[in-house]
Design a binder for this molecule. Structure first.
Ligand code: ATP
Ligand code: MG
Length: 398
């Protein structure tokens, strides 16, 4: 067995917007670390998550393999609040140890094998270290150049060796994986996502998790007049999204009978928007019960007839809680690209019998009048109905 100069494998995390948080930073960082620990429970490796000045380091137990460190890095790449995840090596705080590690890391990289142009970038978070960062750059860079004959290119390197001098150790690494960015889940509070089986609402949920909301999911199924397919789809989507926040809950409302009453109220062209208002009113009732402070939908302005400005106004008018619509300014192609990236698109594209298909009029109203909607709701006794609907919800925990 050859002796490695690389020290222990570990994972180094760079925080995103949290660094702008001033006085609240402490709170955000604590939340982030709790989220990281929770996410890593699924990896099944005992880790030690430590806050360092401006970064977070994850140490693995003695004898941990690089593959285990890779698994940890992959898992935390899903945790919002991080911009970079580096698979690093933790070496002793001594210029000679750093030099050896830098040499070995560069030498075993794919880039070195094809003679890539390289750079060394050092940072000293601990100013007591005997070498300044440009001296470290020159020491390690010079050695790599001598040993492997790689050309230095500070402007546009193909390979970068990063050296970060910290309080108790030095981290050495090349490359990294981009994180999700955003804020730690939970730092902005809780909200309830109206989750269809479609493409848009899972993306909306993801975007708001990234802004620090922990979300619950609420799905309206056409049961008893449709099959349970849409519920399975919603469940599969929630499972897919759970890796970004953990502890996800799906609530399902059997909505078929309420839809039937809307239909029999005779106002064909208003049915879709009346139904949407009833969904929102029910969601508001559920939100109060689970202490969610906002509703989230996948609406995008103008995408379908229920999403015109007039109809969005009619929806906002139905409830007091704010309705967050993170996709309001997005094109369908942009939404689809994001859905593909977060892995929900292929589930959303599965066929299902959405409850909305029960109620598709030939011509939907694009400028619903609020007075007309209120009349329908009076006849339905919507205020009572939404309480009953909220009473009938079923919970699905992951
Ligand atoms: P999506 O792709 O999210 O289904 P969509 O383009 O089909 O959206 P609509 O059917 O008008 O658009 O729905 C707009 C929003 O209303 C959805 O993004 C979702 O938030 C909510 N919604 C629609 N149907 C349901 C449902 N069955 N259960 C829960 N929420 C729903
Ligand atoms: Mg839909």
């Amino acid at each position: 067995m050859t002796m490695s100069a690389l020290g222990e494998p570990c994972v180094l995390l760079k925080l995103g917007e949290i660094v702008l948080k001033g006085k609240n930073r402490e709170l955000f960082e604590r939340r982030l670390i709790a989220n990281i620990r929770h996410a890593l429970q699924t990896v099944g490796i005992q880790v030690d998550v430590r806050r360092r000045h401006g970064v977070v380091a994850i140490f693995l137990p003695q004898g941990a393999t690089p593959e285990q460190a890779d698994a940890v890095a992959q898992r935390v790449a899903d945790v919002p609040g991080l911009v970079w995840i580096h698979r690093a090596w933790r070496v002793a705080k001594d210029p000679d140890a750093v030099l050896k590690a830098g040499l070995e890391l560069a030498g075993e990289s794919e880039e070195a094998k094809r003679g890539a142009r390289f750079a060394v970038r050092s940072r000293r978070r601990d100013k007591r270290f005997p070498l300044r960062s440009n001296e470290l750059d020159r020491l390690v860079g010079g050695a790599i150049n001598d040993e492997y004959g790689l050309p230095v290119d500070l402007k546009n390197p193909e390979l970068t060796v990063f050296i970060e001098v910290d309080r108790d150790e030095v981290f050495v690494f090349t490359g990294g994986i981009p994180g999700q960015g955003g804020l730690p889940v939970g730092s902005s509070g809780r909200a309830l996502v109206l989750m269809s089986g479609g493409i848009d609402s899972p993306v909306a949920a993801y975007r708001m998790m990234r802004r620090g909301l922990h979300v619950d999911f609420l799905h309206f199924s056409g049961i008893p007049f449709t099959t349970s397919e849409s519920i399975y789809k919603a469940y599969a989507l929630v499972r897919k999204l759970d890796r970004f926040q953990g502890r996800s809950r799906l609530w399902v409302v059997p909505f078929g009978k309420a839809q039937q009453s809307i239909r029999s109220s005779g106002q064909d062209r208003l049915a879709v928007i009346a139904q949407r208002r009833l969904m929102l009113k029910t969601a508001e009732e559920v939100a109060h019960r689970i202490r969610a402070a906002a509703l989230i939908t996948g609406d995008a302005l103008g995408q379908v007839s229920s999403q015109t400005l007039a109809n969005i106004t009619a929806q906002d008018n139905a409830v007091e809680l704010p309705i967050l619509r993170p996709l309001v300014g997005w094109d369908k192609t942009e939404i689809m690209a994001e859905a593909r990236r977060i892995g929900t698109l292929e589930i959303s594209e599965l066929p299902d019998e959405d409850c909305c298909s029960l109620l598709a009029p030939k011509r939907a109203e694009t400028r619903a009048k609020i007075e007309d909607l209120k009349l329908i709701e009076k006849r339905l006794d919507a205020e009572e109905l939404c309480v009953q609907l909220a009473d009938s919800i079923q919970e699905y925990t992951l």
